[in-house]
Design a protein around this ligand. Structure first.
Ligand SMILES: O=C[C@H](O)COP(=O)(O)O
Length: 247
């Protein structure tokens, strides 16, 4: 069976009730390709609100959650809380969590494992910095980040991997389709060698980093790109075109 195209819109720390109203309006009016799975990554405070007003063909994801079920962890939310309000997805290990909030490969892997154990589906993010790319370390970095997760989980069926080169995030500098494809292929080879041929064939790998209505079609044609994780453009009507990149 082919891999279903999956497009995430990561709103990051953006939005207001008014803005969410505008976003939901263009999502409801746009003809979203039913062959594409659509997931909105929503700030925690708006999860319940968005979940209650989003069309049924769109999933809602948290942008983070912690690795235990409850307790004295001020400011954190748990997978159980997300499930309690009907949220089925979480984005973990985004480069902003890694770079700004100092989350390690190990912590992210623990969060992925705990989220999966508690019935969430996970978009797990990986990607190299500009410095690492220029030092020729791209594949080493994304494999190290993936390996950390592979040490904590065996079942990858509820995981989508998002390859997001840090230098392409929010910079307007999209990786070329060839650059992205090369890394996606390397990640799939990592799975074939270190996990299983089955997982290598079935895992969906999104590309993220300045994806726009203008760049999505060529990126979406690459054989190992199975969707996108979109930041800035997911707040705008062009997100509909990105969802429909393969249509
Ligand atoms: O999660 C999304 C990525 O960080 C991409 O963000 P961007 O599309 O604004 O570059």
């Amino acid at each position: 069976m082919g891999r279903k195209f999956v497009v995430g819109g990561n709103w990051k720390m953006n939005g207001s009730k008014a803005m969410i109203g505008d976003i939901l309006k263009f999502l409801k009016e746009g003809q979203l390709n039913s062959e594409t799975e659509v997931i909105l990554g929503v700030p925690a405070i708006y999860l319940d609100y968005v979940k209650s007003s989003v069309p049924a063909n769109i999933e809602v994801a948290a942008q983070n959650c912690y690795k235990v079920d409850k307790g004295a962890f001020t400011g954190e939310i748990s997978p159980l809380m997300l499930k309690d309000i009907g949220i089925n997805w979480v984005i973990l290990g985004h480069s902003e969590r890694r770079q700004i909030f100092g989350e390690s490969d190990e912590l992210i892997a623990e969060k992925v494992a705990f989220a999966l154990e508690n019935g969430l589906k996970v978009i797990a993010c990986i990607g190299e910095t500009l410095e690492e790319r220029e030092a020729g370390q791209t594949e080493e970095v994304v494999c190290r980040q993936t390996q950390a997760i592979a040490e904590k989980i065996t079942d990858w069926s509820n995981v989508v991997l998002a390859y997001e080169p840090v230098w392409a995030i929010g910079t307007g500098k999209t990786a070329t389709p060839e650059e992205a494809q090369t890394v996606h292929k390397a990640i799939r080879e990592f799975f074939a060698k270190n996990v299983s041929a089955d997982v290598a064939n079935s895992i969906r790998i999104q590309y993220g980093g300045s994806v726009s209505g203008a760049t999505c079609k060529e990126l979406g044609k690459q054989p190992d790109i199975d969707g996108f994780l979109v930041g800035g453009a997911s707040l705008k009507p062009e997100f509909v075109d990105i969802v429909n990149a393969r249509a």
